[in-house]
Design a protein around this ligand. Structure first.
Ligand SMILES: [Zn+2]
Ligand SMILES: [Zn+2]
Ligand SMILES: [Zn+2]
Length: 975
């Protein structure tokens, strides 16, 4: 019997102890942790740690350096951070060089507005001081974005990001243009392009948005000029008209032809004195729409019959040529223009309007242009930059096209050439910037040919000098075209989700030549000169590369600060006339050309990177944007796609699936969330649902995320708190000496580790989160932790069974921290700091745990069966509690009856059962069925562990405790 003073019982219980607080206080602790990382220079430590490892390159699609970041921008960057950090923890050297897209119209507009506020006009500034103001604006915007991105916990080369406006980048952009010229894919020509009449500039594919728009839909008669007997003898001597349908009456003054499908059947039907030609399938619909009664068909013939016959313009003294084209459909607007999106095209095909005879204005539509070229029509565009009819347009000169629509309809009605008109709702392209409807308009522009065979277009003289006439040189179909090569390349790329390849294929198949010139100022100038004497264009790779070298030293501003002769290589003479005087091209390059160049300007030019990238990840709008322009550049530079994998993420929408707008009051502002609950909330939200679909965000959804965070945090806190006093080197219990339930917990940890690593590998972060969340809340909190609490708290601190549980807790805490680290960057690092003996100063220098191959199936399924019994027991205990038979479960004794193998299983684990059920006593009996009986536990309540035992009072030194506690206290006394 002990002669020493009995211990203070309360002090002998091992209560959890940790500096890892229950309340996260992320809004305060995150900035402190960012400072710690800055002091460590963590990103560069990661680079050092990665040296010599296999590289993994995620190439950053540059956000536009204009506005502040919103939830969508944050999500994009966070997903990238998930990828970079997880690949780094898989053992790759995964550098991250962020970029910024710095040129372009939105910045020009912003600067103009800022000038207006100061009472100044843009014209008060010279071109280069205006550009300086744009540069300054971009610099400020990207500084503020950088601050925001860093605040989100994104690690990267923030002190040296790539900027599309840096000298080197601008030089590389010019060199890339030279490369396209070298391949013979660049030409200057008049082609219809999207044109914003408000901003007075051409727009790229990616710069138009489709919105509902109401247009006048009109059915118009074009009299046949050719002898109708040529079509069918039955029509001899009749007054025949071809009926066209259009929703853009303002393009009718530019009509030069009518296109029919060569293989469709057309009908000529009688209405009074007149005979109308429409596609046979549409006769009924057209007659009904235009109120023509029951049509009497006089002749049927294939569209090919009409080829090269002539009609008269509906009111102008001009021929309208009948042509055949495969693009004609019976579904309405045959001129789908360049509507590239599959979904857009599908929406359109619903329309039932039309006549099967398509009004064709080569200056105002893509298909019109192509067919017009084929038939030798003029690319006629009597509309100026501001969208006004030029003086040659009879009756409507000077009017704006959209205003003229109704007047043209009225005019046609008075002339008797209009059969029917109504308002028509359709998807129509709008300017992304000013949101006004855009027009299709032919203007002289620089193009990159999609279908030109390599260098077919370039003519060289005997000295190898470029003698190409770049003016109006229409490329023809060729085998090894940019389009063909790009289509081949996309099949080698891995698209996630898989539909990406179809979307890209459709986009590539439908896209017209790439118009790369813009009538703006803030960008890289098209480095082309014109002979001052004969106006011949000099688009010579050698000259462009010479200019690029000047850009490299002085930035693209050199185009404005130097005279043409200073930018030309000395002694360069015009191949056309031998003159040596030049003027400079005033257009700049499409900003998509800039950003598309990034794989070359960045991946190839930075030592720590390489070309091609392993992965690009952006929103679905980039199929027409950056995915596309990058592909064009990759093919031009190396005949290869610049990426091996392309991932598409969805949009951030509100809870109802609507776009977020500050003005609509449904926007989640990252700034606010960070101030309230930390960046971790946004990061965890990004992992909480499948980003391949659209991501829903609202205060309520964020609250759920915060709740989830709290559960994960509490799980980590339990592990950390119970590691108090555990020294891994001294106290670790080998696997074979562990309690069985501890080995079960480790087997579960292995299982979740395998799942999580596979999900990271597949970029499925929502599956990472789900797996870890279930592991934390179900496997750990509701099962394992609940069961080992008694052992951790009441056993002597150094008892081997307790050390066994602690050994597992360390493994769990360590593995959880590593596995959650790419997502919860702050919290994982905090867990890391509170774990004993971690080698690396930050978790972001550590690697994922490796999962071993031994799946321990037998152990796991045995415990699955035990937990099934446990679930039944817990239910019975709950009923007993409700019936007021017991209070806490430790007041209970459970008597289990079970048959055969179940009984054997339970008997095998007899000593575990009281802990498993968290009761004081368990009795087993054979029975025919499983039955559970709950009764009041035998004996007295132990003051120390609160279990009931018939042996409380046996010890004289500790008369209020049970036999287990007596043993524990003896162990403690012995030290
Ligand atoms: Zn606009
Ligand atoms: Zn010349
Ligand atoms: Zn006890």
């Amino acid at each position: 019997m002990s002669t020493e003073t009995p211990l203070d019982l309360k002090k002998t219980v091992n209560l959890p102890k940790t500096a890892f607080s229950q309340k996260a206080n992320l809004a305060q602790t995150e900035p402190a942790r960012l400072e710690k990382w800055a002091k460590l220079d963590l990103y560069h430590l990661m680079r050092q740690a990665g040296e010599g490892r296999e590289k993994f390159i995620l190439h950053d699609g540059p956000p536009y350096a204009n506005a502040d970041i919103h939830l969508g921008t944050a999500m994009n960057k966070i997903l990238k951070d998930f990828i970079v950090k997880s690949r780094s923890m898989m053992g790759y050297d995964a550098p991250y060089v962020p970029g910024y897209d710095c040129h372009g119209l939105p910045i020009e507009i912003h600067v103009e507005r800022a000038l207006e506020k100061k009472g100044k006009k843009r014209s008060d500034l010279s071109r280069d001081s205006f550009r300086r103001a744009c540069r300054e604006h971009a610099e400020n915007a990207l500084k503020s974005q950088t601050r925001d991105f860093k605040r989100l916990g994104i690690l990267g080369e923030w002190d040296n990001p790539y900027l599309t406006m840096s000298n080197h980048y601008e030089a590389e952009t010019a060199r890339m243009f030279a490369r396209f010229v070298e391949r013979g894919w660049v030409y200057k020509g008049a082609r219809p392009v999207y044109w914003c009449i408000k901003d007075q500039t051409a727009l790229a594919e990616a710069e138009v948005e489709y919105h509902q728009h109401t247009s006048p839909s009109v059915y118009v008669k074009f009299p046949l000029e050719s002898d109708p007997a040529e079509i069918d003898p039955a029509l001899a001597g009749r007054k025949v008209f071809v009926l066209i349908w259009t929703t853009t009456p303002w393009t009718l003054p530019a009509n030069l032809g009518i296109t029919v499908h060569p293989d469709f059947e057309y009908s000529a039907f009688e209405h009074g004195e007149e005979v109308y030609i429409v596609a046979s399938d549409l006769v009924e619909a057209v007659a009904a729409k235009c109120g023509l009664g029951t049509p009497k068909v006089l002749a049927r013939f294939r569209g090919a019959k009409l080829d090269r016959l002539k009609a008269r313009h509906a009111w102008l003294d001009r021929t309208s040529l009948l042509m055949v084209g495969e693009h004609v459909t019976l579904g309405g607007e045959a001129d789908a223009e360049t509507e590239l999106d599959v979904s857009e095209a599908q929406k359109k095909s619903d329309s039932k309007a039309g006549t099967g005879a398509v009004h064709t204005a080569p200056g105002h539509g893509h298909d019109d242009f192509v067919i017009g070229k084929r038939y030798g029509l003029e690319i006629y565009c009597p509309v100026d930059n501001a969208g006004r009819f030029t003086p040659e347009v009879e009756h409507f000169a000077g009017q704006r096209v959209f205003d003229a629509n109704d007047k043209i309809v009225e005019f046609m009605r008075e002339r008797g050439v209009l059969l029917f008109s109504e308002n028509y709702e359709h998807r129509y392209p709008h300017c992304w910037r000013c949101k006004n409807p855009v027009i299709f308009r032919a203007t002289p522009q620089w193009f990159i040919a999609m279908d030109q065979a390599h260098s077919d277009l370039v003519e060289k003289d005997e000295d190898g000098r470029d003698r190409t006439n770049y003016t109006d040189n229409l490329p023809e179909n060729g085998a090894a075209s940019l389009r063909g090569a790009a289509l081949e390349e996309i099949e080698r790329v891995k698209w996630i989700p898989g539909w990406g390849v179809d979307r890209m294929r459709n986009m590539l198949k439908g896209r017209p030549d790439w118009c790369v010139s813009r009538q703006r100022v803030w960008g890289v100038n098209i480095p082309v000169f014109y002979c001052a004497k004969c106006t011949e264009a000099v688009a010579d790779p050698a000259v462009i590369n010479h200019v690029a070298d000047v850009f490299e030293k002085e930035s693209g501003d050199a185009w404005y600060t130097h005279d043409a002769k200073d930018l030309m290589p000395p002694g360069y003479t015009c191949a056309g006339c031998g003159a040596q005087e030049w003027t400079k091209e005033s257009d700049i390059l499409d900003v998509w050309f800039d950003s598309g160049t990034s794989s070359i300007a960045v991946l190839e030019n930075r030592e720590e990177l390489r070309w091609p990238a392993d992965v690009y990840i952006e929103g679905g709008d980039q199929f027409r944007g950056w995915f596309n322009s990058s592909l064009m550049v990759g093919v031009a530079a190396h005949d290869r796609a610049p990426y091996k994998t392309v991932i598409t993420h969805g949009w951030s929408l509100d809870a109802q699936g609507r776009a977020m707008h500050k003005s609509a009051g449904n926007a989640i502002e990252p700034d606010k969330v960070i101030k309230q609950s930390g960046a971790e909330t946004i990061r965890l939200w990004c992992a909480s649902s499948n980003y391949f679909d659209d991501m829903r965000g609202s205060d309520e959804i964020l609250q759920r995320v915060t709740d989830g965070y709290r559960k994960l945090r509490n799980t980590a806190r339990f592990a950390l708190g119970n590691l108090y006093g555990f020294e891994p080197d001294r106290d670790t219990v080998p696997l074979e000496e562990m309690e069985e339930i501890d080995r079960w917990a480790l087997a579960e940890l292995e299982r979740v580790t395998r799942r999580v690593l596979a999900a990271y590998e597949a970029y499925e972060f929502h599956n990472v989160y789900q797996a870890l969340f279930n592991f934390a809340t179900v496997t750990l909190s509701a099962r394992y932790f609940d069961i080992i609490k008694d052992r951790l708290y009441t056993f002597a601190p150094r008892n081997k069974a307790r050390r066994s549980a602690q050994t597992v807790l360390l493994r769990i805490g360590d593995a959880l921290a590593r596995m959650i680290a790419p997502i919860l960057v702050f919290t994982a690092d905090e867990i890391w700091e509170n774990l004993p003996n971690r080698a690396e100063p930050s978790i972001h220098l550590a690697q994922f745990p490796s999962a071993n191959d031994d799946t321990q199936d037998a152990l796991l399924s045995e415990w699955e069966r035990l937990f099934a019994v446990r679930d039944d027991v817990l239910r019975a205990l709950e009923e007993a509690r409700v019936a007021k038979l017991i209070g806490s479960s430790l007041e209970a004794k459970v008597t289990l009856e079970a048959p055969g193998s179940t009984l054997e299983l339970l008997q095998r684990h007899q000593s575990d059962l009281r802990y498993l059920f968290i009761v004081s006593q368990v009795e087993l009996r054979p029975g025919n069925d499983v039955s559970i009986n709950v009764s009041v536990a035998d004996g007295e309540k132990c003051e120390r562990c609160w279990n009931y035992s018939t042996r409380v009072g046996e010890s004289e030194a500790y008369p209020t405790v049970c036999e287990r506690c007596v043993a524990a206290l003896r162990e403690i006394e012995q030290g």
